[in-house]
Design a protein around this ligand. Structure first.
Ligand code: UGA
Length: 427
């Protein structure tokens, strides 16, 4: 099939490269000239394991990129995968997706064979009708709207795309369902991957609900973890046992300093704001956010229980919002560092890959080249990202002036010579 993908962020680029790999002819459309040049040169604008190989293989052949939005006129299926930034009140700024829909509609104004415009971006269900109206008003009658949310995780996006748990189609006709099924046919592995076929608004609600359930699950693990800590118990032992109940599953029960990234915080705020606009105040969703907001402070209280940190040198180990990425958006390291600085501490931070993005956000912090250098002469350390390398620091702790270590991700082994505190497990 001939497919256009509008927006070349990590979702759009993963989608474009994977669809090319499935055998489709794909045009990636982005307003950023440098992103387009990067893709056409066979490189990737965003770091994602496995994506560079796919782009390198297919660029110039089944995958090409352009800044021309009229390129979508040639496509059987047009995916819209542009960003949906948050407005200051937490709601979604729908201007970019509305602009992309308008541009696609204009490019498809004169077509008379059936075309499908598929919203991949995460858009609150009540906003879908606005996009539908844009298409109805500007594109030809043969153009139809669908939604098709994605469930990719940063760091494993290519694998997640190629081996999904489910495909969710939000469609308004049997033709649209069949068209989307043809797009994904090669990865369906026979009937192994279920298709959930619902209307466009319901499909988008599946996306929000999916992230809300996962984020709330982690917040519940954190709340149980905080209670365990008060009782002197190990939340990891407790929740490992709970996770053996297959109604629960053991996944997304790792308690600690909380969730970050570009998805959970944004999608929960957007869902709360959209529900609020309808007059519902969503207490449990708000609580999931509140528990998450409190975890960094709990980490710092545990550190302070071992002494005042004012004028102390404190090492912050880990800046990325999770291991395997250099993304620092909504990383728990941000409130942790701000909290330390507000207490007068001298922060020395280290991350194997996320130093530069964090330096842009928090230039006043000292950044070390290694964990050992961050720990050198430190009066305390906090672990914020669960990088494997932190499990193997061994003698580096001997370099600390006061070896108090508060672990927010359960990666450090207890050892002689350090005072060790777990965030949701006993000292
Ligand atoms: C998340 C979802 O997992 C994807 O399915 C979804 O497509 C994506 O959002 C999105 O909406 O685009 P992602 O943000 O890449 O993916 O990262 P996750 O691996 O889900 O982790 C999110 C946060 O939760 C991280 O900060 C992680 O450290 C934290 N987490 C996760 C925990 O604290 N404990 C856990 O047990 C699991």
């Amino acid at each position: 099939m001939t497919v256009a993908v509008v927006g070349s962020g990590y979702v759009g680029t993963t989608l474009a490269a994977c669809l090319a790999d499935l055998g489709h002819r794909v045009t990636a459309v982005d307003i950023d000239e440098s992103v387009v040049e990067t893709i056409n040169a066979g490189s990737v604008p965003a770091h994602e394991p496995g994506l560079d190989e796919l782009v390198e293989t297919h660029a110039g052949d089944r995958l090409r990129a352009t800044t021309r939005s009229d390129a979508v006129a040639d496509a059987d299926v047009v995916f819209l995968a542009v960003g949906t930034p948050s407005a200051p009140d937490g709601s979604v700024d729908v201007a970019p997706i509305a602009d992309a829909t308008r541009a696609a509609a204009d490019a498809l104004a004169d077509v008379d064979d059936r075309r499908l415009v598929v919203v991949k971006s995460t858009v609150p269900p009540p906003e879908i009708d606005r996009l539908r109206s844009i298409l109805d008003d500007r594109a030809g009658d043969a153009v139809e709207l669908a939604t098709n949310p994605e469930f990719l995780r940063e760091g494993t996006a290519v694998d997640d795309f190629l081996s999904p748990d489910k495909l969710v189609f939000g469609t308004e006709s049997a033709w649209a369902t069949e068209t989307l099924a043809s797009v994904y046919d090669r990865l369906r592995d026979g009937e192994r991957v279920p298709i959930v076929d619902v209307d466009p608004e319901t499909a988008m609600m599946v996306k929000y609900a999916n992230n809300a359930v996962l984020a709330a699950k982690v917040s519940l693990a954190n709340e149980i973890g905080n209670v365990c800590k008060e009782f002197g118990l190990d939340a990891y032992a407790v929740l490992a046992a709970v996770g053996l109940d297959d109604r629960v599953s053991e996944r997304f029960l790792r308690s600690g300093v909380g969730w970050g990234g570009s998805c959970f915080p944004k999608d929960l705020s957007a869902l709360i704001a959209a529900a609020d606009a309808e007059g519902y105040d969503a207490p449990l969703l708000r609580a999931a956010v509140e528990v998450n907001d409190r975890q960094p402070e709990r980490l710092l209280s545990l550190l302070e229980a071992h002494g005042d940190v004012a004028d102390d040198r404190i090492a912050v180990l880990g800046l990325a919002f999770k291991p395997g990425t250099d993304d620092v958006r909504n990383s728990r390291a941000i409130p942790v560092i701000r909290g330390l600085r507000a207490r007068g501490a001298d922060v020395v931070a280290y991350d194997p890959v996320a130093t530069e993005p964090m330096r842009e956000l928090l230039p006043e912090v000292t950044y070390a080249d290694s964990a050992a250098a961050a720990l050198d002469r430190a009066d305390g350390a906090v672990v914020v990202t669960g990088w494997d390398e932190f499990a193997a620091l061994d003698d580096a702790f001997d370099r600390m002036d006061r070896p108090v270590v508060v672990d927010g991700r359960r990666v450090i082994e207890r050892r002689d010579g350090i005072v060790y505190e777990g965030l949701t497990w006993p000292a």
